[in-house]
Design a protein around this ligand. Structure first.
Ligand code: PMP
Length: 427
């Protein structure tokens, strides 16, 4: 354990609740002291003592091209010379909107915000304003940020810390949130029948990443699409994790399903604080100043976030080989983990789509939150620390997905597989 992190954590806890600015970072469920980072480059994180780790978090998704990707760093530096914020529109915001619209299917217009939470919160308000309906359906174990209405049966930190009800979220704010198990079309159909003409939206992570990685069953998303078409419900894909990662056009392109609205997060800022929501023109035109669905932000479209995101997304658009490389790297990792886990004799499930992957120590397939919760997550927590001690930084919870970046080398993958073999033996 890093000495400096220990000291920093002691100090941090006096001025920051829990010593961290976002709960999952605190290592509460895996135990021990969170590692304080100093810098990162390519596939590696370096902690406050200079120790190197192979990074499988990648800022929870966005560093698809690795940390401190040179063209992004240069673009940020150059743009900062021109001031960091104006509170007035810039051409860069049009370039960014046009780039996103050109890459993502079914996005006619897009509005920038500053986080994934804001993107989902605003998309829900807009879907409600557009349909004139109040209720919406989300899926158990999916996380759509920390706006009140979404903190019901949510994944990520709420699953990690087993928080069932959140003090401060009023019954009124959560009353209109209906939940169904992921991959359960019958449950959705039932909710729709029981709340006829009252449901504004169905929001879903098209590949879930906040209960480990969970892949939609064939026909599930197609079924949601059909229900939404039949019932006049707005289908929102939360592509905060999947957007621009599973394909240049995100999960919509990769899985061939049309969404009415899409939300994005950190990925479109190359890791800067940013988010966006977009979709069908007739829906998007209901937002202020065109319509009365109010939504705003002082730092929305911030030039530094825009240039960072623009530079990264343009690379993703212009170099399709990136997606082939991501797929191959993750497949190699998948096969290697599969072989060492099989030899270990422990029950396990590896779920993967593209460069999103996770391990559950589970006897049964993991296709919804109940499956993820029934897995042996205490073993995952010990596995996490074993891997960490071998220089591999996994997400500190079984309820998170791992992300792969292009900077990850074959040597890094071999090291990770060997570390997994040694970690399993040491458990
Ligand atoms: N949606 C999804 C699918 C997410 O994974 C997250 C955060 N990881 C969010 C929304 C919220 O994004 P943010 O933390 O930027 O508010």
């Amino acid at each position: 354990m890093s000495n400096t992190s220990e000291q920093l954590f002691q100090r941090a806890q006096r001025s920051i609740p829990g010593g961290v600015n976002s709960p999952v970072r605190a290592f509460r469920s895996v135990g021990g002291t969170p590692i304080f980072m100093q810098r990162a480059k390519g596939a590696y994180l370096y902690d406050a003592d200079g120790k190197q780790y192979i990074d499988y978090i990648n800022s929870w998704g966005p560093t698809i091209l690795g940390h401190a990707y040179e063209p992004v760093v240069r673009a940020i530096q150059q743009r900062a010379e021109l001031s960091t914020s104006y509170g007035a529109p810039t051409e860069l915001e049009i370039d960014m909107a046009e780039l996103i619209i050109g890459m993502a299917p079914n996005v006619d217009m897009v509005r920038m915000v500053s986080s994934g939470t804001e993107a989902c919160m605003s998309a829900l308000r807009l879907a409600r304003g557009y349909t004139g309906r109040n209720k919406f359906i989300k899926f158990e174990g999916c996380y759509h940020g920390h706006a009140d209405a979404f903190l019901v049966k949510a994944g990520s930190g709420l699953a990690t810390f087993n928080i069932q009800t959140v003090p401060g979220v009023t019954a009124g704010a959560a009353n209109d949130t209906l939940t169904a198990p992921y991959n359960d079309l019958d449950a959705v159909e039932q909710l729709v029948q029981n709340n006829k003409d009252e449901i504004a939206a169905i929001i879903i992570e098209p590949v879930a990443g906040n209960m480990g990685c969970i892949v939609p069953r064939p026909g599930f998303l197609e079924g949601l699409r059909a229900i939404c078409d039949r019932e006049g419900i707005v289908l929102i894909f939360d592509e905060v994790m999947t957007g621009f990662r599973l394909a240049p056009g995100g999960a919509q392109e990769r899985l061939g399903i049309r969404a009415d609205m899409v939300t994005y997060g950190k990925v479109i800022g190359g890791g800067m604080p940013v988010g966006a929501f977009g979709g069908r023109r007739d829906i998007m035109e209901c937002i202020a100043p065109l319509g009365n669905v109010y939504q705003a932000g002082t730092l929305s479209g911030n030039p530094i976030a825009m240039i960072a995101g623009y530079t990264m997304l343009k690379t993703l658009r212009d170099e399709p080989g990136i997606y082939i490389a991501l797929e191959e790297k993750t497949r190699t990792l998948h096969e290697g983990l599969n072989s060492v886990l099989a030899k270990s004799g422990r029950p396990y499930v590896i779920n993967r789509l593209g460069s999103m992957i996770s391990i559950h120590f589970s006897e049964r397939p993991v296709s919804n939150f109940a499956d993820a919760a029934a897995a042996d997550n205490a073993t995952f927590n010990r596995f996490f620390h074993q891997m960490l001690s071998r220089g591999v930084y996994l997400p500190p919870s079984a309820y998170e997905t791992w992300f792969i970046c292009t900077a990850l080398s074959d040597t890094d993958i071999d090291h990770t597989i060997q570390a997994a073999a040694d970690s399993l033996a040491a458990l």
